[in-house]
Design a binder for this molecule. Structure first.
Ligand code: CP
Ligand code: NVA
Length: 308
C-alpha cells in the first residue's frame, strides 16, 4: 500500500516517535559534513521528489530539497502558477502524470480536499507540505526540537497563543498521538478546528481553551505562536485587534516555567505575534526549529518509502 503523509495520524504515534529518533541519529551522524553532501548510506539514491507549491515557501521548499540531496536523491520544484495546474489541469490528472515521472509528491496548497484528491489519484506517496487545515511536517520538526532540547513529550505542557490555525491543528493532533497537553490562548471567534481537539481528548491528551493569555501560559514547558494572518487570509484590522492581548512578549513568557522554550514555525511578524526580545532571547529555539525541518523531513521521506 502506498504510504501518504497527509496528517500525523497517517503515521501514528509509534512511527512519529521513530521518525524523531531517526532524525536525531542522522543529524548527529552528519555534523561537520557539508550541507549538500549525501549521507553515507544514501537511502533514497535515485529517488526524485516532485514539489508542487500553490502558496509561498522558504523553509519547506529548501528543507525538502536539502533532505532529498542528503538522502542521495533529488527534488524538482513546480510553482503552480507556472504549471498546467495553474491553467486548470485537474489535480487528479496532475497526480497521475507526476506519479509516472517522480517517486513521491509533496504539495503545499489551500483547500485540504485538493491534497486528498491528489493522494486518491497518485500511485506514489503524497506528502502534505501545508494546507489551510494542517501542517504535519512542521510539527515533526517542532517535536524533534523539543526532544533535542531535553523535553520529554509525554505529559509536556505546551501553550499556544494567537490564531487557531493549521499549525495548531497539527500540534493538537500530535498531542493526542504522543500524550502531551495543549493550553490554547485564543480570542473568541478564532478557535481552532474542534474536531482535532475532540480527537486528541479522546486519546487522553488534556486540551484546554483560555481567553486569558497569562492563564494559558501559566507553568508551561513550551510557548508556541504563529502569524496572526495565515497565507490566503485577509489582513483584517479587527482580527489584529482581537489578537493583540495574545502577543508573546517578555511579560507573558515570565508566566511560563523558568526553563520554558519558545517555538515559532516562521515566518515571524516581529512586533505582532512575538516581540524581538522573545524571538531573539535565550528561551527561543526557532533557528534550531527551522534547521530541523531538514532532519524531520528526511524521516518523513524515509517513512513514506517504508524505511521506518
Ligand atoms: N514554516 C514553514 O513552513 O515555512 P515556509 O512557509 O517558509 O515553508
Ligand atoms: N499558519 C501559517 C504557517 C506558515 C508556515 C500559514 O498558513 O500561512
Amino acid at each position: 500500500m502506498t504510504r501518504h503523509f497527509l496528517a500525523l495520524g497517517d503515521a501514528g504515534g509509534d512511527a512519529l516517535a521513530a521518525m524523531i529518533a531517526d532524525a536525531i541519529e542522522r543529524k548527529d551522524y552528519r555534523r561537520d559534513v557539508p550541507k549538500g553532501a549525501p549521507d553515507g548510506d544514501a537511502p533514497l539514491a535515485g529517488h526524485v521528489l516532485a514539489m508542487v507549491f500553490e502558496k509561498n515557501s522558504t523553509r519547506t521548499r529548501v528543507s525538502f530539497d536539502m533532505a532529498m540531496r542528503q538522502l542521495g536523491g533529488s527534488a524538482i520544484v513546480l510553482d503552480a502558477g507556472t504549471t498546467q495546474l495553474g491553467r486548470g489541469e485537474t489535480v487528479a490528472d496532475t497526480a497521475r502524470v507526476l506519479s509516472r515521472m517522480a517517486d513521491a509528491i509533496m504539495i503545499r496548497t489551500d483547500d485540504h480536499a485538493k491534497i486528498e484528491e491528489m493522494a486518491a489519484h497518485a500511485s506514489v506517496p503524497v506528502i502534505n507540505g501545508l494546507t489551510d487545515r494542517s501542517h504535519p511536517c512542521q510539527i515533526v520538526a517542532d517535536l524533534l526540537t523539543l526532544v533535542e532540547h531535553g523535553k520529554a513529550l509525554p505529559g509536556l505542557e505546551l501553550a499556544w497563543l494567537g490564531d487557531g490555525n493549521n499549525v495548531l491543528n497539527s500540534i493538537v493532533e500530535a498531542a493526542g498521538l504522543l500524550k502531551f497537553n495543549v493550553r490554547i490562548g485564543v480570542p473568541q471567534g478564532y478557535e481552532s478546528d474542534q474536531s482535532f481537539i475532540e480527537a486528541a481528548r479522546a486519546r487522553g491528551a488534556r486540551i484546554s481553551v483560555h481567553r486569558d493569555a497569562a492563564e494559558a501560559v501559566a507553568g508551561a514547558d513550551v510557548v508556541v505562536t504563529d502569524t496572526w494572518v495565515s497565507m490566503g487570509q485577509e489582513h483584517a484590522h479587527n482580527k489584529l485587534a482581537a489578537m493583540a492581548p495574545y502577543q508573546v512578549n517578555p511579560l507573558l513568557m515570565q508566566q511560563a516555567k523558568g526553563d520554558a522554550l519558545f517555538l515559532h514555525c516562521l515566518p515571524a511578524h516581529r512586533g505582532e505575534e512575538v516581540t524581538d526580545a522573545v524571538i531573539d532571547g535565550p528561551q527561543s529555539v526557532v533557528w534550531d526549529e527551522a534547521e530541523n525541518r531538514i532532519h524531520a523531513q528526511k524521516s518523513v521521506l524515509r517513512w513514506v518509502f517504508g524505511q521506518l
